[in-house]
Design a binder for this molecule. Sequence first.
Ligand code: HAX
Length: 437
Amino acid sequence: MSVLAERLSQLAPVWRQQYREFLAEYGNAVVAEIRAGQVAGGMRGVPALLCETSLVIPTEGLRIRGIPILELEDRTPEEIFYLLCTGELPSAEHRAALQQELAQRATVPAYVWNALRALPSDSHPMALLSAGLLMMERESAFRKAFEAGTPRAELWKPLLEDCLTLLGRLPTLAAGIYRLRFHGAEPNEPNPQADWASNYAAMLGLPDPEGRFRDLVRLYLVLHSDHEGGNVSALTGYTVASALSDPFYAISAALNGLAGPLHGLANQECLRFLLHIQQELGPAPDDHQLEQFLEQWLASGRVIPGYGHAVLRVTDPRFTAFRTFAQRHGLQHELIALVEQLYRIVPTVLQRQGKAKNPWPNIDAISGVLLYTHGLREFEYYTVLFGVSRAMGICAQLLVHRILDTPIMRPKSVTLEQLRTMALEHSSQPQDAGSPA
Ligand code: HAX
């Protein structure tokens, strides 16, 4: 039995009991009011989902299982995955065991490579990643367990099994896609002794004489691992899995959402923006030139990539963690200098424009530059790295939902006409003293 299965077997009955007691006591309590604009506008701010793995506090940023992300920046992805799943950091022994379990599962079957090789060479790396995962669905332990009539309360065990297989293989698949797609080279074999991040970095095959790229990949995988349950990819994964579709289906679907330019693809857009600035203004523009450029950019109706956030209202601590990495390693590059210069200037420009609720940088304002300056220059690939990391958080979220045995997702949709009627009915009712006017 895996170390995670062992610990979760102890935790599952406790969590289920708490969940049942909560529903019995508070199941009918009113917890929020919903505005018509929220119904019609992406459910922004509606507390409508359970997510135990992480929380984004607008004035602080990400906490994983209650721990601020900046306190976790030196951890390994294995430790983060254990934490996400159980709420506890693993002992050194359990971390090593989980590392070994993932490494033992790291080989991607030949049929996946054959199929990926057959796809057109201009296929987006995210499409290849999602397709590669989906192909492996035939191996799902979850689906087989369901078909064999496994009781619902036990289904989290084959789900965990699938998550370990999927996560074990993901770095190999992702690195192989990089090599096939951008270098016309064969995928590298995983090293069964190496940890998840080192294996991934090594299989990408970039020169890394000092091991700094490996450290960057480790940090990247830690920082991107989870960001609550309501973002497009996590919500998609949860919705698909709530139909008891197995994790291969759910994570593949989640990755398709991550591939959107307003979500995971933003890091690629951000680097494109920096290179565009250099092309327009030269490698080292002065502050005045840059400010004018940004004003014109905004005036033409475009957004400044890497700035703003739907939930955060401060500098993203994950941006800070990457910035500290660059400073600690004394990284000197004109693109890193440009990131620093933008950090000085963009918030003032956005505040002056007065539209963005959050003028501060998010993680994407710096992540791509660090990859670029370490030799990973194919920025169409960046969201793949994001996806490898985020699969940990989404897998952990699916696991918790399966342990609690939460029901299938089925919110009620309404037509615009119905919404108008509801709005009129509600506004004609007397407001109680606590309701806003
Ligand atoms: N540059 C210019 N205008 C911006 C802006 C930015 N960086 N951020 C927000 N705004 C604008 C919005 O476009 C919106 O304008 P309209 O009223 O004309 O539509 C207005 O300010 C209010 O937006 P908001 O409420 O502050 O922000 P949203 O919750 O609607 O959107 C986004 C959040 C992240 C999508 C937005 O800030 C944005 O487009 N940023 C740039 C792209 C980016 O960095 N995305 C990555 C986000 C991190 C992530 O999820 N990664 O996966």
